[in-house]
Design a protein around this ligand. Structure first.
Ligand code: ATP
Ligand code: MG
Length: 389
């Protein structure tokens, strides 16, 4: 039996230009994600997309798995293609859905007739097919309100499609419809989740990681790449900048008061990230900060790191607690990697009593012996780029 994939797009509230941008980005994203699986064709009618495999080896199961991870999709299902005749529909539907129907108790049939010349009207199709299914699967009952399965028949121009329930799509907006931002990625649990959440709102992602060898190891860097691979399943290819941060941390250790180490380190990260963002055409930064989680994530601390940024800093986790974040981390299969025990630069030279309520002007004072411009130049000149997907 020939199968296709039906895709319903999401965010129906979008209108006008936004809507057509949404649709063309979504089609491109679907094409890119399914391309490695073989040849296929995508067509569109109303808010449904039809993915029709053209090569025999096209793996529909793998395709469905991938479609389930593409943002901008509200729902999707596999469907069987059959000849546009009453006999063929009544013959194919019980065969195609046999396994599913055997395992369920209640059903109803819905029919959609795009081709109005089809001899039966929608209620008649429902009645005929309902009768056949009841006969073929005597354990089944009809339930029009809350059936276990809705068997849907669509009569279109060149064929009829038969399907069972839709699966829920990943939701959100197609990646790329909201522009591009830099995710500041550590090896922890939070930042990959933050990247995933912003990709869901339509952002393409670049990534920045600060590494402090020899205090941080090559394994820590590998871990970050592994985490980005997990995010890229949803966001598409990520350009990663690994920024050398050792000199900056050593200078902070040598020239700044200890209780300000973390705040100054974070201000340096933000300054450098803004420059990289601008060079890469990114309109904002994304971090995994969550209010109150650690010393540098109090509102006064966030305010002194924000004050060195001249582009928006998005913090999608700001109001989430750890348990909620961990749920998303597991959902994107990042958690097991995130908890591998490699040092991050944030844990190098951690002060015993970090400042949590810095007042305006205090950080500037604490930084006065740093040659900030030189340190930034050295860091930017030492960047290594990678492409992760
Ligand atoms: P995470 O779980 O993402 O590591 P965290 O709870 O450990 O976050 P911090 O260490 O304070 O919190 O870091 C806050 C945010 O700063 C991170 O979510 C990340 O966006 C960014 N960040 C921290 N360390 C690095 C790093 N080495 N390179 C790039 N960004 C970093
Ligand atoms: Mg961390």
């Amino acid at each position: 039996m020939k199968e296709i994939i039906l895709i319903k797009d999401g965010e129906l509230a979008l209108k006008g230009l936004n809507r057509s941008n949404f649709e063309s980005k979504l089609v491109n994203n679907i094409k890119r994600r399914l391309k490695p699986l073989g040849e296929f064709k995508i067509s569109r009618a109303q808010s449904t997309m039809y993915v029709e495999p053209l090569s025999d080896d096209f793996d529909v199961d793998e395709a469905l798995d991938r479609v389930g991870k593409i943002f901008g999709i509200a729902g999707y299902s596999r469907a069987c293609v059959c000849e546009k005749s009453v006999e063929s529909i009544l013959d194919t539907a019980p065969k195609y859905l046999a396994e599913t129907l055997s395992a369920l108790k209640t059903f109803k049939v819905e029919a959609k007739r795009a081709d109005k010349s089809f001899p039966l009207k929608s209620p008649e199709i429902c009645r005929e097919l309902g009768g056949v299914l009841l006969e073929r699967f005597p354990h089944l009952k009809v339930d029009v309100h809350a059936p276990d399965i809705v068997v849907t028949v669509e009569i279109r121009d060149f064929a009829a499609y038969i399907r069972g329930n839709q699966q829920k799509g990943a939701g959100g907006l197609p990646v790329g419809t909201s522009g591009k931002a830099e995710i500041l990625i550590s090896g922890g649990i939070d930042s990959p989740v933050a990247g995933y959440m912003m990709a869901k709102r339509g952002l393409s992602l670049n990534a920045i990681h600060f590494a402090s060898p020899p205090y941080t190891s090559a394994l820590a860097e590998e871990k970050v790449k592994k985490l980005l691979e997990k995010v890229s399943v949803y966001s598409g290819t990520i350009k990663l900048a690994v920024v050398p941060f050792t000199e900056i941390q050593e200078q902070i250790r040598d020239k700044c008061p200890e209780d300000f180490f973390t705040l100054i380190m974070r201000r340096m990260m933000m300054r450098i990230s803004c420059i990289i963002a601008r060079n890469d055409g990114c309109l904002g930064l994304v971090t995994g900060e969550s209010l109150g989680q650690v010393a540098s994530q109090t509102l006064p601390a966030i305010s002194v790191t924000d004050s060195v940024c001249d582009i928006p800093v998005l913090r999608p986790l700001i109001g989430m607690d750890k348990e909620e974040i961990v749920t998303v981390s597991r959902h994107i299969d990042a958690f097991e990697t995130s908890i591998l025990p490699y040092e991050d630069c944030c844990t190098v030279f951690t002060p015993k009593h970090p400042h949590t309520r810095p007042k305006p002007g205090q950080c500037e004072k604490a930084e006065e012996f740093l040659d900030i411009d030189l340190l930034i130049d050295n860091a930017i000149n030492g960047i290594t780029y990678y492409y992760i997907d």
